[in-house]
Write a protein that binds this ligand. Structure first.
Ligand code: HEM
Length: 339
């Protein structure tokens, strides 16, 4: 056999080889798993529609995956998307403040669809939330294996900090971002794309503490709550901008501070805003600022401000990669499932 034919034979071996019983078992098992994914996704969509929980689901999914360290060669010590955030040992890490609410939201979904792993339910919720908010469809893979005990949780300190002093000793925010995301295997371009997730969502005084704006309408900004003079909270505020993206149903819990005005809408407005825009009402952390101060980051930041299409394409690819960080799959190559 010449060299070219040998190569073809090697790459088609899986087709011509008689299927092993383990392989057949995987294929058969995929059918109910796919049905459960579909049903859970439909349930999540309805829930998000009613609660506007889009941002907190995205943050939960990213925090489960973002503990990944590719230098660590063994699973689950390497961290990543393995459902470990469900254990109090990991949920209590400082970076996860406020995320137990999202986990509580997901528990009934896991109970209703017991076939699905926790790690999959968490990543499914994140991807569904992005799409529901108007963001790109993400070609997700499923079949993540869960860690089983709290002892298998990730160590604290792998997720990024927003302001100096940075836990890893980085002298500035750009270095910190490259350290933290470099550990997960992300390039400069992917760091900027992923940071664009802050086009949705808010920060709270009671959670991260990066803002003075906290829980409740009266503690919000003009985009997230109902400051004095606007006529009342609880969805009755006449200030309409904050409702954009879901005009009929309000915003869920009010309060906090957002990065963008229309913070339930996934678009490229994070890249379009001026970093010093409306400092009384909008958030801009040191790590956000680094993206247009650092020369390399800035090129990408400006590209995404010009083109939402470019942002969506890069975000979808980088987010898929994030959702697979550190994952172990069953079946071994996972289950690609697009709706
Ligand atoms: C670049 C480094 C990052 C830093 C320093 C950072 C930091 C933060 C902080 C401090 C908050 C506010 C939490 C709170 O007070 O409730 C937050 C919220 C959020 N983050 Fe990030 N983050 C980063 C990257 C990311 C990435 C990569 C994603 C997703 C791909 C993401 C998605 C979100 C979302 C959606 C929220 C809003 C959550 C909500 O409204 O409940 N972040 N982030």
């Amino acid at each position: 056999m010449d060299r070219a034919n040998a190569r073809v034979a090697a790459t088609t071996a899986h087709i011509t080889r008689a299927p092993t019983s383990a392989y057949m078992e995987d294929v058969v098992n995929q059918t109910p798993y796919r049905a459960a994914l579909r049903a859970c996704r439909d349930d999540l969509w309805k829930f998000i529609d009613e609660t506007n929980a889009n941002p907190i689901f995205v943050r939960l999914a990213w925090h489960d995956a973002g503990t990944f360290d590719y230098h660590v060669r063994s699973w689950p010590k390497c961290g990543g998307a393995n459902g470990s955030i469900r254990f109090e040992e990991e949920m209590s890490h400082g970076a996860n403040a406020g995320l137990s609410k999202a986990l509580k939201y997901l528990e009934p979904f896991k109970a209703k669809h017991p076939l699905l792993s926790y790690a999959d339910v968490i990543q499914l919720a994140g991807a569904t939330a992005i799409e529901h908010a108007g963001g790109p469809k993400i070609k997700m893979r499923y079949g993540r294996v869960d860690v089983e005990t709290p002892e298998e949780c990730a160590r604290e300190g792998n997720l990024p900090g927003a302001e100096p002093p940075f836990g890893d000793g980085s002298p500035d925010a750009a270095t910190h971002l490259r350290n933290v995301f470099g550990r997960m295997g992300f390039s400069d371009r992917e760091i900027v794309a992923l940071s664009g997730a802050h086009t949705i969502g808010r920060a709270f005084k009671e959670r991260s503490g990066v803002t003075e704006n906290g829980y409740g309408a009266k503690n919000g900004t003009k985009f997230t709550g109902c400051p004095a003079g606007h006529g009342g909270g609880g969805g009755t505020c006449p200030f309409s901008a904050r409702h954009d993206g879901d005009a009929d149903k309000g915003v869920g819990m009010e309060g906090g501070r957002s990065w963008t005005k229309h913070w339930l809408k996934f678009d490229n407005s994070y890249f379009k805003r001026e970093h010093d825009e409306d400092p009384a009402n909008l958030l801009w952390m040191s790590t956000d600022k680094a993206l247009h101060v650092d020369d390399e980051f800035r090129k990408v930041f400006e590209e995404y401000a010009e083109s939402q299409e470019a942002f969506f394409a890069d975000f979808a690819a980088a987010y898929k990669k994030l959702s697979e960080c550190g994952a172990r799959w069953k079946p071994v190559d996972g289950i690609v499932y697009e709706w």
